[in-house]
Write a protein that binds this ligand. Structure first.
Ligand code: C2E
Ligand code: MG
Ligand code: MG
Length: 751
């Protein structure tokens, strides 16, 4: 045993022993000469400083080490005189962060070639080791707890940044198209991450791109001069990012899944040991979290999706239906279940083989998918059975949808050189009428589908008979309406025209004068006779025909007024109904302008009657159209006022000039006293806002006199005149309605 208390056999070669011990030593060892020049150092010192040893030998240790105000000489002397050595210092390595260290000094030899041994330890070492262990544990707990991948990666980055405040962290993932996706980068600017998100992964899109393509860690010591950053250099520098150390995240087969990067705000050659330790742990954790997430997604896909078509399966359908029905119970919205079964699928499968059958199913799924909107669920139950869950969809809408489904399916397709025309039978059940829970609804829809099969396939049946009848009538009516419009637009002879306009006078109550006439559309069907606009106008709105219908009405009515004017028939003005749906298309003001110009009608002789629903829309186009029409000089009137929304704010906001009290209020005005205050209130609102008030549906003299007494300006109703064809109006003006016109008509107008 020697004086230092070490037991060593004298035969051991002391030089090799020293080197081996120093190499294995965990702490940093530095040997200096008397003037502080570094003459030797172990790998621990390279780890601590983050610099290669070659670069350190020959440098001055006092130049690197800040001893807190004490000079080198005092260390040298202090140690020699066994004074208390300075216990701590701060190591300043070029292009690296200052490292606080614990110091231990020892004189090895005396004299001219005296040697001093200094042992340094990063004094945050233990704390940092604990931080890494904690990080690992926390992240693993999140992964095991089933938290989303984004949340886990975001947490990881934030924890790393908390341990090493001098860095910004990012995790990029490689997507299916070999593009970079920012998965987490909590402290990088959104403008920076938005610019790099979605870039194709190539070696020259920065360190992360290089790390993912080469599969190796990439240190961009100075982004400003790094060729791999050429394309993104300015962007990075503008965001204060000067250096980047990116490490590939690999799966078990060593394929790069993404990258984990540390960004520095100053150029630097090498990351310090603590950062390397962190990165080593994080790359591992990221790989684990990503692989765990992928495995979970795959399990989810197998459990909830049909593998052939990729559609939700019965389980997912049941889950979503249960949720939708619970919500519908609170909001009182309908929920429709549409059960679809491909006709003669078994024959296809048996005669053409399963491969052809599979192809057919995939094609059907593709066609169906396009017809449904977000919030709907289209599922495959198995075999050739598909079910659509349609929250908020009522029977009427379901009938329209079913028709579209049948039309979309019946387009021929080619499979294995054969042309097939798929058809399907559809059964529909609607909550709450047909059932409260998923199983019941599914059973009813299935039963309805079975009836559709029995009735000859390629059709849709509702579970309830009355719904069936309604649906059939709607479908027939839609087809008839479409055909009628085609004929009308093609300019068929008047006597064969399916549509006609009737005109109903609106009169000023005091003094009695004809105010204007309202154009009301009439449709006569060869089989059904006269169809009420209250039935076919809403249908036209739903099935997208209202634009064509209203365009025709506008043109025909304005042209009629033009003819009356030319013939000297004293019709002071014209009101035309315009559906709210029509406003959504921007061309209404242009059409109105053109119709007026062609017929030489001043804009203030035309009134457009619109419903309150339109006023509540937030669509900018609608407001622009209202303003444009007002600027044109056209009067805007709110039809059926009081039946829509209670908010009246729009009356001030939009250029409305008139209110039409809905006829339901006028109806019992003289019977039920309760209606009177309502009507009075509407008249007062009109007065207060300077709006003309028109009362609809005036049928009896008692209503008339009450309205007059309340100060209502204009009346419309059977009491004054019924809607009538253009020619009849001319007769009316000359006869029964004579007293309503300024210059008594002579009964000799020709039109
Ligand atoms: P509306 O615009 O409120 O039209 C007034 C309705 O009340 C007309 O029904 C008219 O015939 C009826 N009416 C008038 N006076 C009386 C009365 O004293 N008693 C009763 N019981 N009814 C009276 P119509 O013609 O069946 O039209 C119904 C609805 O269809 C209209 O209500 C309007 O909203 C819509 N409509 C009619 N023509 C068109 C059109 O060309 N385009 C659009 N978009 N909708 C139209
Ligand atoms: Mg109207
Ligand atoms: Mg009305």
């Amino acid at each position: 045993m020697d004086s230092a208390g070490t037991a060593l056999d004298d035969r051991l070669p002391s030089d090799r022993l020293l080197r081996a011990t120093a190499a294995q030593w965990n702490g940093a060892l530095v040997w200096t000469s008397a003037d502080g020049t570094i003459v030797g150092a172990n790998p621990g010192f390279a780890r601590l400083t983050g610099s290669p040893l070659d670069a350190m030998i020959g440098r001055s240790l006092p130049g690197l080490l800040d001893l807190g105000g004490r000079g080198w000489q005092s260390v040298w002397q202090g140690e020699r005189e066994s004074l208390q050595p300075p216990g701590t210092g701060v190591l300043h390595v070029p292009r690296n962060d200052p490292i606080p260290v614990d110091l231990h000094w020892q004189h090895l030899t005396e004299g001219d070639d005296a040697l001093l041994l200094c042992e340094m330890r990063d004094f945050d070492e233990r704390e940092r080791a604990e931080a890494v262990a904690r990080l690992q544990q926390d992240v693993l707990e999140l992964v095991a707890g089933g938290r989303s991948l984004r949340l886990v990666l975001d947490f990881l980055c934030r924890q790393v940044e908390a341990c090493a405040p001098e860095v910004s962290c990012s995790v990029m993932l490689r997507d299916g198209e070999n593009r970079m996706r920012v998965a987490a980068a909590p402290s990088l600017a959104a403008s920076y991450t938005a610019a790099i998100d979605g870039l194709a992964i190539e070696p020259d899109v920065g360190s992360c791109g290089s790390a993912m393509t080469t599969g190796k860690a990439v240190m961009s010591a100075d982004i400003a001069g790094d060729p791999s950053w050429l394309k993104r250099r300015d962007l990075a520098l503008a965001h204060g990012l000067a250096a980047c150390w990116s490490n590939p995240i690999k799966d078990r087969e060593a394929r790069a899944l993404g990258s984990f990067a540390l960004y520095y705000r100053k150029p630097r050659d090498m990351a310090p040991p603590f950062h390397r330790r962190l990165v080593e742990a994080c790359v591992h954790l990221c790989a684990l979290a990503i692989e765990h997430d992928r495995a979970r997604a795959e399990i989810n896909r197998l459990a909830y999706f049909d593998t052939l078509t990729g559609l939700p399966n019965r389980q997912l359908l049941a889950d979503r239906a249960t949720a939708a029905l619970a919500l519908a119970g609170r909001t009182r919205q309908p929920v429709t279940l549409m059960f679809l079964d491909i006709d003669r699928f078994k024959t296809v499968n048996d005669s053409l083989g399963h491969a052809v059958g599979d192809e057919l199913l995939v094609e059907v799924a593709t066609r169906l998918r396009r017809l449904f909107i977000e919030g709907d669920t289209l599922a495959r139950l198995g075999g050739d059975e598909f079910v659509a869950l349609l929250p908020g969809c009522d029977a009427a809408h379901a009938a329209l949808l079913a028709e579209r489904v049948l039309a979309a399916l019946s387009v021929p397709l080619t499979v294995a050189d054969l042309t097939l025309t798929p058809t399907a039978s559809i059964g529909i059940a609607v909550h709450p009428d047909d059932g409260m829970d998923f199983d019941t609804l599914l059973r009813q829809a299935d039963a309805a589908m079975y009836r559709a099969k029995q009735a000859g396939r390629n059709r849709c049946h509702f579970f309830r008979r009355d719904m069936n009848e309604q649906a059939v009538r709607r479908l027939e009516m839609e087809a008839a309406l479409r055909e009628a419009l085609d004929r009308q637009e093609a300019g068929c002879p008047d006597e064969e025209a399916p549509f006609e306009l009737h005109y109903q006078p609106q009169v000023r109550l005091k003094p009695h004068r004809l105010y204007r006439v309202e154009a009301l559309i009439r449709w006569t069907h060869p089989r059904w006779g006269a169809v009420s606009p209250a039935e076919f106008v809403p249908l036209a709105e739903e099935c997208g025909l209202i634009d064509r219908l209203d365009s025709w009405v506008l043109k025909a009515a304005v042209a009629q007024l033009g003819r009356w004017r030319a013939a000297g028939v004293p019709v002071p003005g014209l009101a035309v109904n315009v559906s709210a749906v029509r406003f959504a298309r921007g061309d209404l003001p242009d059409q109105v302008r053109a119709a007026l110009a062609v017929n030489g009608i001043p804009a203030n002789d035309l009134t457009l009657e619109i419903t309150e629903r339109l006023m509540m829309t937030e669509e900018v186009g609608v407001h622009d159209a209202l303003d444009a029409l007002h600027a044109l000089g056209v009067t805007l009137s709110i039809d059926d006022f009081g039946t829509g929304y209670s908010s009246l704010g729009y009356l001030k906001r939009y250029p409305v000039a008139e209110l039409k009290i809905d006829r339901s209020f006028v109806k019992e005005l003289d019977i039920d006293a309760a209606n009177r205050p309502l009507v009075r209130a509407i008249i007062q609102i009109g007065e207060a806002l300077g709006l003309t008030v028109v009362a609809e549906g005036v049928e009896r003299e008692a209503q008339h006199s009450m309205l007059e007494a309340e100060g209502c300006a204009i009346g419309q109703g059977y009491l004054f005149a019924r809607p009538m064809p253009a020619a009849a109006l001319v007769d009316w003006l000359a006869g029964e309605g004579k007293h309503w016109v300024d210059s008594p008509a002579e009964g000799c107008f020709s039109i």
